[in-house]
Design a protein around this ligand. Structure first.
Ligand code: DAH
Length: 347
């Protein structure tokens, strides 16, 4: 029986070298160590041995068992590693755009037109001494509405079709005006800052409406600031943006966070005022909402409205981009289509 045990170990050692996969290893293990395996078979014969022989054989069988288990474990780990490495070799992919484009004989695209316009705007504001702030896309009711003088149940909340979260307290910000509140939390007057970014509304989509679009908020607070300061500032801003004289018109507009409030339009640059799909055939395009910051908003920012005042504005950046680059459908801007973005040069 001891010889049979020896023989089994020899067979085991040569056999295990040939095993190349984990399923084969499981089968191999069962063949030697399983309930109906060779070791169990040998041990069944122990009942015919004398007590001394039985205990000496038992010890040897136990040793053999441990030896086989250890080797199976080691070999399994080795096979597993080999399998992982061979998959890594086979399934390796180059996900860097530059290399993929190079294969196709193409150049990486330039800046997206919207990014160009955003950067151009930021440069203009930086040169005028504004801080540039960032604000969260997921906002709470307080910063998006409440602190902007839009209390719950105020009809103005319906003016902006809001994507609410299930908790009914958080939302995707409907405008960048939340940055006014967040900016006042960080700044002591006098200050001037802008906040560019994405905003979200649950709207019907067409050539000039997207559910996610871009605004740039501005706020300037100081002493004795007047509506004429604001008008002069915004006119200068627009001619900087378009690098030429632009025709504008100012209309009264209602926004709860400013008083008085205005809407500023400029003549459509795509059709020159004759009417097209972008200006909805009216010849004028809304550029921005603006006005003198409402005292309640200043109070929400811990600023005393008897001492300080200022103006705020919110600029639609997607339409500005369309005007700047003569793009006739806002949906192109979000299409992610390389053929689209490759047409544009940096701003
Ligand atoms: N938040 C407004 C909107 O999304 C735009 C706006 C209007 C911003 C007037 C302002 C403002 O700062 O003064 O429609």
């Amino acid at each position: 029986m001891v010889e049979q045990l020896q023989q089994m170990l020899e067979d085991f050692k040569t056999g295990i070298e040939k095993v190349q996969s984990l399923p084969d290893m499981a089968q191999f293990k069962a063949e030697y160590l399983g309930k109906k395996g060779r070791l169990k078979g040998l041990m069944a014969g122990m009942r015919d041995l004398s007590p001394e022989e039985r205990s000496s054989f038992g010890a040897k069988a136990n040793e053999a068992k441990q030896f086989m288990e250890k080797l199976i474990q080691e070999q399994s780990t080795r096979i597993e590693l080999e399998e992982i490495n061979s998959r890594l070799d086979k399934e390796w992919q180059d996900i860097s755009w530059t290399d993929r484009l190079k294969d196709k004989g193409q150049q990486a695209a330039g800046l997206h037109p919207l990014s160009s316009v955003m950067r151009g705007l930021e440069d203009i504001f930086l040169s005028m001494g504004f801080d540039i702030l960032d604000g969260p896309h997921i906002e709470d009711e307080y910063h998006n509405f409440e602190a902007l003088n839009i209390p719950a149940n105020h009809p103005a909340r319906d003016m902006q079709d809001t994507f609410w979260f299930q908790d009914k307290k958080h939302l995707l910000r409907t405008h960048t005006s939340n940055i006014q509140i967040r900016g006042m939390e960080q700044h002591k007057p006098p200050f001037k800052f802008v906040g560019p970014g994405k905003v979200f509304r649950s709207e019907a989509l067409d050539a000039s409406h997207e559910a996610a679009f871009h605004q740039l908020e501005g706020m300037m607070v100081g002493k004795d600031i007047s509506v004429s300061h604001m008008i002069h500032f915004l006119r200068t801003l627009l001619s900087e943006i378009f690098q030429k004289e632009i025709k504008v018109r100012l209309r009264p507009g209602f926004f709860p966070f400013v008083e008085p409030g205005f809407e500023l339009d400029y003549e459509c640059l795509l059709c020159g005022g004759t009417g097209c799909s972008v200006c909805k055939q009216v010849g004028w395009v809304e550029a921005l909402g603006c006005g003198m910051v409402h005292p309640n908003v200043l109070k929400a920012g811990n600023i005393d409205p008897r001492e300080w005042n200022g103006f705020a504005f919110g600029l639609g950046v997607d339409r500005l981009t369309m005007m700047r680059y003569h793009i006739d459908d806002v949906r192109h801007i979000h299409s992610g289509d390389l053929l689209f973005s490759q047409q544009f040069k940096a701003y």
